[in-house]
Design a protein around this ligand. Structure first.
Ligand SMILES: Cc1cc2nc3c(=O)[nH]c(=O)nc-3n(C[C@H](O)[C@H](O)[C@H](O)COP(=O)(O)OP(=O)(O)OC[C@H]3O[C@@H](n4cnc5c(N)ncnc54)[C@H](O)[C@@H]3O)c2cc1C
Length: 423
């Protein structure tokens, strides 16, 4: 079993990716982080003729953007009805429309920029882990129709086998907007597109300090310093202490995945006859899908820690997978890997500024479409194409008890495990 991401094993960073050898002395915008957010911002800025340099401490796409499950769809991590409750109707509708726009933005990358990333829009499904979860959900379906004019398909427990080859669940809810893709092909494709428009991509350039100056910022990296008018921090679950006060607004959380060997056509057809992707209704959810080459990818947040042993984590994930799909009992697991999500206290992504330095982060595990959207949005704020963003307008909470170390996570884990057990 390899302890590296299946996606970059399948599709490594292209050798001919245009990266710069020398850090330029100045740039209009310096972007910290070379994942979906940073590259999306770089594409938007470079396309508008703004000089932009992406500073990535490892290699382009090294973070969550090449390690995720490649499952995307409508809505944000925070449930839509809660968004309506917390921020009111106007913002509720705005965030819903944004989530649809964010999906369209991925399609723009696929169809207009020509990024070949195995995009399929066959729908996604939330499968109910307990009978009580199913019972709540006709209401949920009607709320979507009445409030958002959005159709969802409720599947009763007795009809489940027509959409998933498992007896472990109690019905489910299908959203036909759901889609899947190859995350590494997407992130490297985005890097190629940004470079094509003139963005400079700089790898192995960890930003270590930012000095505010009279006319901008001096950004210090492992590879020298660069003068910038604007700085954008796009580091999500890998946010460090470079910008004071930012670390306390985002909590790094681990997410773990395995894939099996490719499955026979027959088993693939049995597992997902309609080509849907899945996640379950627990707080400690599992997500799963078939990969483009027909493997089962099974993932979850075993306990939110970022440092679990990948062999032990694979064993936990394999047991859960076999419980749901006993037909996979004898299929070997070939890869086990992890990556870091950026969680916020309100489960919402945020754009903001600290000392004039922009940040765009906090995708809470739902970041495929939102990260790409946030990147474009922060770039449009810089160019003046937009004067405000709802992600900037809502409060970005931090609490006195969290500065650098999320010591409270084990308690949060216990709390949510009890909720899963009681629900
Ligand atoms: C295992 C896993 C599964 C997931 N599955 C899904 C999914 O199915 N669907 C979905 O919507 N979302 C999913 N996500 C979440 C999604 O991948 C992220 O929200 C998204 O990739 C965030 O993109 P980003 O560009 O903001 O951050 P990242 O891709 O994490 O990039 C941040 C980058 O910043 C760099 N960096 C950090 N500090 C510095 C510094 N000081 N200087 C320079 N560079 C720095 C890091 O090296 C890193 O490359 C998953 C995440 C994980 C980990």
């Amino acid at each position: 079993m390899k302890l590296t991401s299946f996606w970059t094993d399948d599709y490594p960073r292209p050798d001919d990716l245009q990266v710069v050898e020398e850090l330029p002395s100045d740039t209009k915008v310096a972007i910290i982080g070379g994942g979906y957010t940073g590259l999306s911002a770089a594409r938007t800025l470079a396309k508008s003729g703004v000089s932009v340099t992406v500073l990535e401490s490892e290699t382009i796409g090294w973070g969550a953007s090449s390690r995720n499950a490649g499952i995307t769809g409508c809505s944000l991590k925070q449930k839509s009805h809660k968004i309506f409750k917390i921020y009111g109707e106007e913002y509720g509708h705005m965030f819903w429309e944004i989530s649809l726009d964010a999906l369209e933005l991925i399609k723009e990358l696929v169809y207009e920029e020509g990024i070949d990333c195995d995009w399929h829009q066959n729908g996604d499904m939330c499968v109910y882990y307990k009978p009580s979860h199913y019972e709540e959900n006709p209401e949920w379906k009607h709320w979507h129709k009445d409030t958002l004019d959005h159709e969802l398909e409720l599947v009763a427990p007795e009809d489940l086998r027509s959409v998933i080859g498992s007896n472990a669940y109690y019905g489910g809810l299908i959203d036909e907007h759901g889609a899947d893709l190859h995350p590494a092909k997407l992130v490297f494709g985005m890097a190629e597109v940004a470079a094509k428009y003139g963005a400079l991509l700089c790898e192995n350039a960890a930003v270590t300090r930012i000095d505010k100056q009279a006319n901008g910022y001096l950004v210090h990296t492992d590879r020298g310093s660069i003068q910038a008018d604007h700085v954008v921090v796009a580091t999500n679950g890998y946010t460090d202490g470079v910008v004071r006060g930012l670390r306390s607004r985002v909590i790094p959380v681990g997410s773990y995945s395995i894939v099996t060997e490719p499955l026979s056509e027959e088993i693939q057809q049995e597992i997902s006859p309609r080509g849907l992707t899945f996640w379950d209704s627990k707080w400690f959810l599992n997500y799963f899908r078939l990969t483009p080459d027909g493997r089962m990818l099974w993932g979850g947040r075993n306990n939110l820690s970022t440092t679990l042993d990948l062999v032990g984590s694979a064993e936990i994930l394999r047991k859960e997978m076999v419980r749901a799909f006993p037909q996979l009992r004898d299929i070997p697991v070939t890869h086990s890997w992890s990556g870091q999500l950026g969680l916020t206290f309100d489960l919402m992504p945020h754009i903001g500024t600290i000392d004039g330095i922009y940040y765009a982060l906090g995708n809470c595990g739902h970041g495929l479409h939102t990260a790409i959207y946030l990147g474009r949005e922060v770039a449009q704020l810089i160019t003046g194409e937009k004067v405000s963003s709802p992600f900037e307008e809502i409060p970005h909470k931090s609490y006195f008890f969290y500065r650098k170390r999320a010591w409270f996570m084990p308690f949060a884990v216990m709390f949510y495990r009890i909720r899963d057990w009681l629900s």
